[in-house]
Design a protein around this ligand. Structure first.
Ligand code: FAD
Length: 577
């Protein structure tokens, strides 16, 4: 399936909307990052996405992964494409330069990741798990662990995986059973079974490094009794060469709705050798370093799906002729007009475009908060990054599926059959709403841990920043209005949550959508206000107007539904379901 990188849009975000050259100049670590280097990174990332990864998207889906006697074979071409991705340094783009990473801004990484997700989400999953494992080892590992693992992972010689889920323990990791027993040499013997492990076993790298959660025999009950271990497939020798095969294996592959080129394994640990990462019983907190990264990345997966669906449906709509324009034939010579004359087809295309471009800007903004937090010790950016991580994960993956389904609808029956590739985009996008913490859990995280817990303070700081932004008069009143309503809704949720423990969970999904739409409105006002006076800028302003006229009003309905008490969802007795 073809994929075209949105080069012009990326340049517009970097130069005009976020003026990154001045922003990055303020951060010592990025002071040498010249526009030429940034341009070259974006161009080469785009080339890898469109020329190396995208051509394998449909064939990877058709072939899927195969399992035989514990060995997993990935689709044809995946191994060499992954090796090109890795050799290009893309897995270490934002990695620690001391151990072979390139130390580039996370925000820049967000733009490149979107391209990889659009091009081939199954293939990029092997990459994103590796990047996340690196972050976790870099944040919590000893110097020796970093030296041993990071260079091999950044270079893609080895890949990473994250092993949390068990058949009875998904969202509630506190009840997991996999056990870890300390050995005389200071390592741990890991025993138990994990399910749904992405990239847990495959044939694309010489070693696979699991970051595995397990419980020590005397650990406290619940999530405070979980420790994190590095459990490689082959035990590395001191000189970095591969030693003995470790005691874990893939028991089977899951048969999935989509992302079929991504190998998702059941993993059996039979006394496998594990090395403690961080402190005993502090494993879940350490794992969150990886999970928060993966949440942002999975949000970008949703964005990638929205962009891909838009490209394909817009290109189809340009060619497809059916019916006549309501105002009379536009192309009387032909048997029918292009379906672009129909207002409803335009609604579908503009919705996809407004979400894709708005969410791209939002993802970049959140990436910048993470950069400021990490490299400039900016405490407010740290709080805002934490506040918005669940929003990016859930809002972007929800919109990603919505846009994929809209794209399918633009193609009519051709959207439902395999040849055109649209049904694959729908199947591949669906998982984003489920893994890395289901979207309902993201919404509870936002409302419970990030908003109610600090009395709405961080969200208020963000709303103040939005209101203080200088945007065109055309958008300023509506932007102020939605901010005012979000402030009132937030105060009400914080207040009512004190009276009713069911309230946060009852309103959380609607609240997250309200926040996501407000942030998109902010991004659209900023983009429209600095759009150039040319065709590109005119399209930006028209799409911004569409967003404000047709999508932002959803917040009015959300405001009403968030106003309902928890009783609306809790009054039906459990026995009635
Ligand atoms: C293709 C695929 C790849 C995956 N990759 C990995 C991986 O690499 N590593 C890994 O460890 N796991 C992985 N997973 C597991 C995934 O993260 C979990 O499936 C997900 O977190 C949900 O857990 P669960 O399936 O047990 O659902 P459950 O936890 O049983 O949840 C079921 C439903 O109940 C809701 N729910 C549960 N608890 C609460 C609560 N407290 N409050 C409100 N609602 C609640 C959920 O939102 C959900 O809608 C993968 C899964 C799939 C399908």
């Amino acid at each position: 399936m073809d994929y075209q990188v949105q080069q012009r849009d990326v340049e517009f975000l970097l130069d005009d909307v976020f003026d990154v050259q001045s922003a990055w100049q303020q951060i010592e670590a990025f002071a040498d990052l010249t526009p030429d280097v940034v341009e070259a990174i974006v161009a080469e990332g785009g080339r890898v996405a469109s020329e190396v990864m995208a051509p394998l998207n449909q064939s990877g889906d058709a072939e899927g992964c195969q399992w035989q006697d514990g060995q997993v074979t990935t689709p044809n071409g995946f191994a060499s494409a992954f090796s090109e991705l890795a050799q290009g340094g893309w897995l270490g783009l934002s990695g620690n330069p001391q151990f072979g990473g390139q130390g580039m801004p996370k925000s820049l990484g967000c733009l490149v990741e979107e391209m990889f997700w659009s091009a081939n989400s199954s293939l990029y999953l092997y990459g994103t798990l590796t990047v996340g494992a690196c972050l976790c080892i870099d944040a919590h590992g000893s110097h020796e662990q970093k030296r041993q693992y990071l260079p091999k992972l950044y270079s893609g010689q080895w890949t990473g995986a994250m092993a949390l889920t068990e058949s009875h323990a998904g969202t509630d990791l506190g009840i997991m059973r996999t056990k870890a027993e300390v050995q005389s040499d200071g390592s741990y013997a890991i025993t138990g079974q994990k399910i749904f492990i992405t990239s847990g076993e495959h044939d694309m790298a010489e070693n696979i490094v699991h970051l595995t959660l397990a419980r020590l025999p005397d650990a406290p009950l619940g999530s405070k009794g979980i420790s994190l271990f590095i459990v490689p497939k082959f035990l590395p020798n001191a000189d970095g060469s591969l030693g003995q095969r470790n005691g874990w294996s893939s028991g089977s592959l899951e048969h999935k709705m989509g992302i079929k080129g991504s190998a998702t394994s059941v993993i059996n640990y039979d006394g496998a050798k594990g090395f403690l990462l961080g402190e005993e019983n502090q494993g879940l907190a350490a794992m969150f370093t990886m999970m928060n990264y993966e949440r942002l990345s999975v949000g970008l997966q949703g964005l990638g799906a929205a962009q891909l669906a838009y490209q394909h449906s817009a290109s189809y709509a340009r060619e497809r002729v059916q019916g006549r324009a309501p105002t009379g034939p536009e192309n009387p010579e032909a048997v029918a007009d292009s379906i672009l004359v129909h207002p409803d087809v335009r609604r579908m295309l503009l919705t996809q475009r407004a979400y894709a471009e708005g969410c791209r800007a939002l993802g970049f903004y959140v990436g910048m908060q993470l950069d400021l937090a990490k490299y400039a010790d900016d405490a407010q950016a740290q709080r805002i990054g934490e506040l918005l991580t669940p929003v990016v994960k859930a809002f972007l993956t929800d919109r990603g599926l919505e846009c994929a389904v809209l794209g399918q609808q633009v193609l009519g029956g051709h959207g439902y059959v395999k040849e055109w590739g649209m049904e694959q985009i729908v199947r591949d996008a669906r998982i984003g709403q489920i893994y890395e913490g289901a979207n309902g859990i993201q919404a509870i995280d936002l409302v419970g841990r990030k908003v109610v817990r600090d009395g709405g303070q961080t969200l208020k700081e963000l709303i103040d920043e939005i209101i203080a932004t200088d945007v065109d008069d055309e958008f300023a009143p509506s932007l102020r209005d939605v901010c005012k309503r979000l402030t009132t809704v937030t105060e009400s949720v914080v207040d009512r949550s004190k009276q009713d423990p069911n309230l946060p969970g009852a309103v959380s999904v609607d609240f997250l959508d309200f926040v996501g739409l407000t942030l998109c409105a902010w991004m659209w006002a900023r983009m429209a206000s600095c759009a150039p006076q040319d065709e590109f800028g005119a399209a930006k302003r028209a799409t911004a107007r569409y967003f404000y006229a047709r999508l932002l009003p959803q917040t009015l309905g959300l405001e009403r539904s968030i106003g309902a008490e928890a009783d609306a969802v809790m009054s039906l007795p459990a026995a009635a379901f």
